[in-house]
Ligand binder design. Structure first.
Ligand code: OAD
Length: 260
């Protein structure tokens, strides 16, 4: 393998040499190189679609077929993509630190698919679906059958007839309590915190790097573009995750022993 062109600061390397707790917060940019569209920016989904019409419960109740069609399109798109080198680098990095967690805003399941063991999903998972009335989860296999029967319309729960929705967090909804509590606890304990591929605009995830830094973490942003977090970060690496994370994992391999 060629020599990495990405330069990491001595400060970061020194921190990583001794760190016990490392946290990586990921956003849509993490999966961009896999072919999953991001939300904001030039080619972002929210440039073409209106979140008010698609990503909240009232929109769903008003027009369930439209919202279902949009999520079904995204679910199928995601089903046909693969984790990228950045996802796999995080799987490698996990083996070098006693505590290593990925906190993700992504609903695409790609961290788990790559093999990361400690993943906290803040915004749910688009592959999981449930009934809005009785809460019953519908397996992927059953869902495919129900979708076929419903002919592009929203499928209904086989148990109670309620509407089926993706198990993702919509605007105006609370995050899963256990996920955000665990994310806050880990962020407060992090010695190195990476904010990766996120525009750092959506709360409460956007507050996690501040919590980490406030508790002494070395804060690193990985994003080709500047974000509101950039001026607070100790270091910004302005390249895609698919380049930076494999290079970082190679550095870590040089300075630490594999423990898992
Ligand atoms: P955004 O779409 O807001 O931001 C994606 C970020 O990724 C941008 O800052 C890009 O510059 C950056 N980016 C693009 N390609 C990249 C690459 N190859 N490597 C690194 N970074 C790259 O996505 P999020 O911050 O994840 O919420 O958005 C947060 C939440 O807003 C989402 O979880 C979603 C959305 O509405 C819900 O659905 C609840």
């Amino acid at each position: 393998m060629g020599k990495s062109l990405i330069k990491f600061s001595e400060k970061l390397i020194d921190r990583l040499k001794v760190a016990y707790n490392v946290v990586v917060l990921t956003g849509a940019g993490m999966s961009a190189a896999s072919g999953v569209p991001t939300f904001r920016g030039k080619d972002g989904l929210w440039n073409k679609f209106n979140p008010e019409e698609l990503a909240n419960i009232n929109a769903f109740l008003r027009n369930p077929d439209l919202v279902w069609e949009w999520y079904s399109w995204r679910r199928n798109l995601i089903k046909n993509v693969n984790p990228n080198l950045g996802h796999y680098a995080l799987v490698d990095m996990e083996q070098y630190f006693p505590e290593f967690a990925v906190i993700t805003q992504n609903v695409d399941n790609l961290h788990q698919q790559a093999g990361s063991k400690s993943v906290i999903e803040l915004h749910g998972n688009i592959m999981r679906n449930k009934c809005i009335d009785c809460g019953q989860y519908i397996s992927e296999e059953d869902l495919l059958k129900l979708e076929e029967e419903a002919e592009k319309k929203v499928p209904h729960c086989p148990q109670c007839g309620g509407l089926i929705r993706p198990d993702v967090v919509w605007f105006g909804e609370l995050l899963p309590q256990d996920a955000i509590e665990k994310a806050r606890e880990l962020s407060a304990a992090a010695e190195v915190f990476f904010s990766v591929g996120t525009s750092s605009q959506v709360e409460p995830a956007a507050s996690l790097p501040y919590l980490a830094k406030g508790n002494g973490a070395y804060l690193v942003e990985i994003n080709p573009e500047a974000t509101p977090l950039s001026s607070v970060a100790d270091e910004c690496l302005r390249e895609g995750v698919e380049k930076v994370l494999p290079a970082l994992s190679m550095e870590i391999e040089k300075i630490r022993k594999r423990i898992k």
